[in-house]
Design a protein around this ligand. Sequence first.
Ligand code: UDP
Length: 374
Amino acid sequence: MKKILIVGAGFSGAVVANTLAKTGKYIIEIVDERNHIGGNCHTERDSVTDVMVHKYGPHIFHTSNEKVWNYVNSFGNLRPFVNRVKSIYKNQVYSMPINLHTINQFYGKSFGPEEAKKWIETQGDSSITDPKTFEEQAKKFVGEKLYKAFFYGYTKKQWGTEPRNLPASILKRLPVRFNYDDNYYNDVYQGIPEEGYTAIIQKMLEHPNINVSLGKLFLSEEDNKSVYNHVFYTGPIDAYFSFRFGRLGYRTVYFKEYRGEGDFQGNAVINYADEDVAYTRVHEHKHFTPWENHSKTIYFEEYSKETEASDIPYYPKRLDKDLEILKKYESEVSKLENVTFLGRLATYRYLDMHHIIEEALVVAENFLAKDGHA
Ligand code: UDP
């Protein structure tokens, strides 16, 4: 049987491991430098409150791809969950993403959808025809005032740079709606695993041909060449090459943890739009499992900062200078044989869980086809 090494036990690695293992043709070793599986999706019950905590920040599963939804659900039950985020700006609570309620509240109006659309058109900067930056995208579609209130401060805190330096694609993740729909996502399927993400990934890895080694560093390709027929690498692309061309820019986040009785904020996620509030948002995790009852609560203030060598990278910044460096690493990747790079860190892209799963399924299926096991 062929031997496969998978570096990283997050969704990317787990999907590939599961898909290959099911053929019965491979022996799979999966290593992760952390002491748990699940990568940044890892969930764990808090021993004090018994609340299921998303250890690396909130993860809400959403997709419009039925195949991906059914796939995830085959490893554990996802219960319906709709993320209805609030945003606090100058001591007032608004609805996020921007919808008719936000617009009416912000401007002190009671517009209907068509009136609001016309109003926002008068606010937007129509001289911007092809928005390239975050700032242009915001100014064009919601206008200066809403931009300054809900996006400018938050984004500066989140990304550590002026929004004019960031690509429009970051803001395109968020809808603007002219009705009262306050669902954060547009996707057809949305939910949260009943027993957390780690249980789902655990299930994916339960196979006699898969061995998981935790707390184990992947050293270099050279060490593995003689042992494994193929390596799937899901760690940071720059780390693979020992940062030979420099470090790619990432934002990381850290949390201040609080516990209490009852309900702290009445909602899973509340964003803080003001620049002078140091954290970006507060998440209270019992609200991610509304089907459970907890008398105690645990919640986190989330802060964002530049990623240093010892930090876990979260958000690829993809500034121009990063993309220049990325090109050099990608050129090295194209020279490698028997190594596949996949996932958020290995491809340096801002991907959600559903993108990751979708891509990992394709990668695994293509590999099997090439290897004659499709
Ligand atoms: N954003 C913002 N204000 C908000 C929420 C989001 O300015 O209240 C911006 C911010 O730059 C963020 C981007 O929109 O990075 C995308 O938001 P999303 O909620 O998709 O980010 P994630 O959940 O991945 O942190």
